[in-house]
Design a protein around this ligand. Sequence first.
Ligand code: C5P
Length: 292
Amino acid sequence: MSEAPGARLSRLAPAKVNLFLAITGVRPDGYHHLETLFQTVRWGDDVELESSPDTESLWTWDVEGPSVRAEQDLTVRAATAWCEAARRPLGVRIRLRKRIPMGGGLGGGSSDAAAVLLLLNRLGPPLPPAKLHEIAASLGSDVPFFLHGDGAIGRGRGDVLEPLPPAPPLTLVLIVPPFGTETAKVYARARERVRHAPADGLARAVAARASGDPAAVREAHHNDLAEAAIRAYPELLRFTASVERALGRPPCLSGSGSTLYDVVAPEEADEVVARLAKLPGRRHVVVTGPVP
Ligand code: C5P
């Protein structure tokens, strides 16, 4: 340990949205080849690490928020993998303050795990970036993206990344329904019939992001998982239809759902939230950008 026992470090584990997602094939391992445009927002979970003199201890504690078993497990797996790769028995306590809904397609569990890896790299002698990336990819397809954040193109399983230059901030209204979706279940339905994104869809989404124009970003949005998600979850079909009626335009779906979002001008955000007031679930107005 390069820091004294009891040292505490914390960081924001940001949520992400997919501004674009196309499935380009099915891999022999059952995963899907993707072309996606990831974007972090400046809102998410708080992750805190405390180093402990007791090298036997490796646990999460003080989790605030709903039951977050899966998230806890993934952060513990991240810490265990880091310690094994660094060949250091390390006592560490992990504290999570959850804000990102689970089963929401916002990458909460993946972001928590990446935050643990980044914090451990600050606590102990750091692992090289390639090793950190390898550990992240072993934890989940989205985890490597959260080592970088901001905007990036994801290919392969989503783990082959091409970081993008900074772009103007976009204001998003996240529309969280009162239910979550299971990623594997949605991908399984995507296999039945994939509605292919336009060939130049990714390039258009990247250009729209760079422009900072909410209407251009909405128009360029495409998600091949949207149809699969509403077939797997009829309640998402009904919820999406209600949101579309209230907004007067179709919402975007992040990842495999269940979170929908609208891209708005900053001054429009309150009015958009008000239009959705009668619907169940929660709304969060967030701004895109790198992690502070
Ligand atoms: O990698 P991760 O554990 O986050 O993936 C969860 C599930 O999502 C996988 O078990 C798989 O069913 C599906 N998935 C996929 N293709 C991807 C990413 C995820 O089929 N590129």
